[in-house]
Design a protein around this ligand. Structure first.
Ligand code: 5GP
Ligand code: ZN
Length: 112
């Protein structure tokens, strides 16, 4: 838990969010500024800054989040989706608490 971290505040319930899933290790909520008709983020409850700060001890948690993504995407009605993990300022990360974006529901996702 990091007192200055916006996602830690959401996990604590101090900041409201549109939660779509929660267990003891992971919370999933909609992005406040959605970039697609469906746009949610999988967030570990453990405060870790980014993917670059993860190590072998986080392997199970990272795997769990990735396996949750297709389940929750299907629950949200998506036939397919895109995941994104911005890492570090140069990687476009703005909130320094690891999160996996899931986007879908639009026909306008750019080809990469
Ligand atoms: P990043 O650029 O770090 O990968 O993405 C951070 C994301 O968090 C952004 O898409 C932004 O819209 C979202 N975000 C920032 N503050 C809040 C908030 O208070 N609530 C929610 N639900 N999303 C937030
Ligand atoms: Zn945090």
């Amino acid at each position: 838990m990091n007192g200055d971290c916006i996602f830690c505040k959401i996990i604590k319930g101090d900041i409201p969010s549109k939660k779509i899933y929660e267990d003891d290790e992971v919370i999933v909520f909609n992005d406040i500024h959605p970039l697609a008709p469906v746009h949610f983020m999988l967030v570990p409850k453990l405060h870790m800054e980014s993917l670059a700060n993860c190590s072998a001890e986080h392997q199970a948690l990272l795997g769990k989040m990735l396996l949750l993504a297709p389940k929750l995407a299907a629950e949200q009605g998506l036939q397919g989706f895109r995941t994104m993990i911005n890492t570090g300022r140069e990687g476009g990360q703005e909130v320094f608490h690891l999160h996996v974006h899931v986007f879908g529901g639009g026909s306008s996702l750019p080809k990469t």
